[in-house]
Design a protein around this ligand. Structure first.
Ligand code: ADP
Length: 501
């Protein structure tokens, strides 16, 4: 039986870097060194400012759109391969996009850190479990590329000073391969400042509050990007444009265009996740795939849109319904857990845990200070606090404890993260599914080239990260988004540098 007693995934929404209050939270981002202004902005002459000219003489080898993990990694990789005339654009006032909120970690196989910790793994198994998790709707070539290059990305990050050597498990994976910062904290808050520091060290300019609105084409080729900056429209010429604009979760209209059934769902996404990249790419002739594959996450507190990290369940928590009963294997994949939750009375669940889980997950104190954690001095007191039948909850806890203490087989098939609750304080957070991740997007090949409707590369147009589609299929495994953005972000930078050399 696997235990995750070191689970300490930090929930970032309540750390002051909330998605909903992303702009209001820039103070916290500043403290983390992820605010714009720390990196160079392209100089604008007084003359240009006065004129507000729609045209621009600015020309770059590559323009990278988006400062999430994918865009930042692309910039560093391109620069280190000799492509120095580059710029990164960010429409928000803070760096990092949804990557800031990545809580699980980065899945990777055959890594130096797994070897150090005697964890046996293989790229093939990682790929197989990724495809299985996506019910075989992911693109096997992209998945194999991601898994085969995951260990290299872990070492590349380590060389940049971003060490992810605390390894845990996420739902749908049979091997400990989810790599987190040494202290087990949320990966996003280490990754983004680390990558931004690497850009700053290289003097790669980032233009904040600079929104890409349109791709410029000359014949079939993309030759630049139109931006809105300082209330002006400008054109940045580029030999290559890399779209790393993330997903669409904050654009309710676009979400319901592709998935009418998701109307009214809360979102875990930051406000900049408005799907701009899909629109720009599609207008430039790119093919979009699996756009209806929008992942909902099963444990989102609905009033605050707080994502309760998977590590809380991995660390021992259970889900019970309003009757005090468990109803599913909490460590199953996100799609299945979400669906099971929606079948419960009121379509919600209580995420219930004890003091050990509380103490072993850094995130929970943050949730508590946000006022979303209910508490009782024991199981009966908690039952009263959350309005569920006390006897039913006591029986549920006793049956769950028996998995650990008596070696009982769980009636719902849970085998991971089963840790008996101790006597004493008990806690609960009310959760339901929320919009989380766009799994569809721009079709790419393993060179990150954006493909047209016929599967041919569009010259000059590349894409990486959540804006691309086909890797996760119809269900993304926790920890695979960071692997995706790091492997393909690094790759696109290298590919573009090589193509333009
Ligand atoms: P990924 O995980 O793929 O790197 P993120 O969501 O972390 O994606 O980051 C994407 C970033 O792109 C966000 O910071 C978002 O604000 C930014 N972005 C989205 N659309 C635009 C746009 N039109 N112009 C500039 N930046 C954009």
């Amino acid at each position: 039986m696997t235990t995750n007693m070191n689970e300490q995934e930090m929930q970032t929404r309540t750390s002051g870097v909330t998605r909903r209050s992303f702009l209001a939270g820039v103070g916290a981002l500043g403290a983390l060194g992820v605010l714009g202004g720390l990196s160079g902005c392209a100089p604008q002459t007084q003359e240009e400012a006065a004129q507000g000219s729609p045209e621009s003489n600015e020309s770059y080898d590559a323009v990278i759109v988006g400062t999430g993990g994918a865009g930042l990694s692309a910039a560093i990789a391109a620069y280190d391969k000799g492509l120095t005339n580059i710029v990164v654009l960010e429409k928000m006032s803070a760096y990092g996009g949804n990557t800031n909120f990545s809580s699980s970690g980065m899945n990777a196989s055959e890594t130096i850190f797994q070897a150090d910790q005697n964890i046996e793994d293989s790229n093939d198994l990682f790929a197989q479990e990724t495809l299985d998790g996506g019910h075989n709707t992911g693109d096997p070539e992209l998945v194999a590329f991601m898994c085969d290059n995951s260990a290299g990305a872990i070492e590349w990050l380590d060389d940049l000073g971003i060490t992810l050597d605390n390894i845990t498990l996420t739902g749908g994976m049979s091997v400990h391969r989810c790599h987190r910062p040494t202290d087990g904290s949320a990966v996003g808050l280490t990754l983004v400042p680390g990558l931004v520091a690497a850009l700053n060290n290289r003097n790669i300019p980032i233009r904040m509050d600079c929104e890409a609105t349109e791709l410029v084409k000359d014949g079939d080729a993309v030759t630049g990007v139109v931006v809105k900056e300082d209330n002006k429209t400008k054109t940045l010429n580029a030999r290559a444009v890399i779209l790393a604009t993330g997903g669409l979760g904050a654009n309710q209209e676009m979400v319901t265009k592709y998935r009418p059934d998701l109307a009214g769902y809360v979102t875990t996404n930051q406000p900049g996740a408005t799907g701009d990249g899909y629109v720009m790419a599609e207008n430039a002739g790119a093919q979009l795939v699996q756009m209806d594959q929008i992942q909902i996450h099963p444990t989102v507190e609905q009033d605050t849109s707080t994502l309760v990290a998977e590590g809380v369940r991995g660390g021992g928590a259970i889900l019970v319904n309003s009757e005090g009963n468990r109803f599913f294997d909490e460590m199953s994949t996100r799609d299945k857990v979400s669906a099971a939750e929606l079948e419960q009375p009121g379509s919600f669940a209580w995420c219930v845990f004890d003091q050990q889980v509380y103490d072993n997950n850094k995130a929970i104190a943050k949730y508590d200070s946000a006022g979303i954690v209910k508490q009782g001095a024991d199981t009966a007191a908690l039952a009263q606090e959350i309005g569920v039948d006390a006897e039913a909850l006591a029986a549920t806890v006793a049956a769950y404890n028996a998995i650990t203490t008596d070696g009982a087989t769980d009636e719902f098939g849970r085998t991971e993260g089963c840790i008996a609750f101790a006597d004493g304080n008990m806690y609960a957070i009310k959760v339901a599914p929320g919009i989380h991740h766009a799994m569809g997007g721009i079709r790419i090949n393993v060179k990150n080239e954006a493909l047209d409707e016929n599967g041919n590369p569009i010259p000059g147009l590349y894409a990486a990260g959540e804006v691309t589609g086909g890797i996760h299929g119809n269900n993304r495994i926790g920890g695979n988004a960071v692997c995706d953005i790091e492997v393909f972000g690094k790759n696109v930078g290298e590919v573009v540098a090589e193509a333009l050399s």
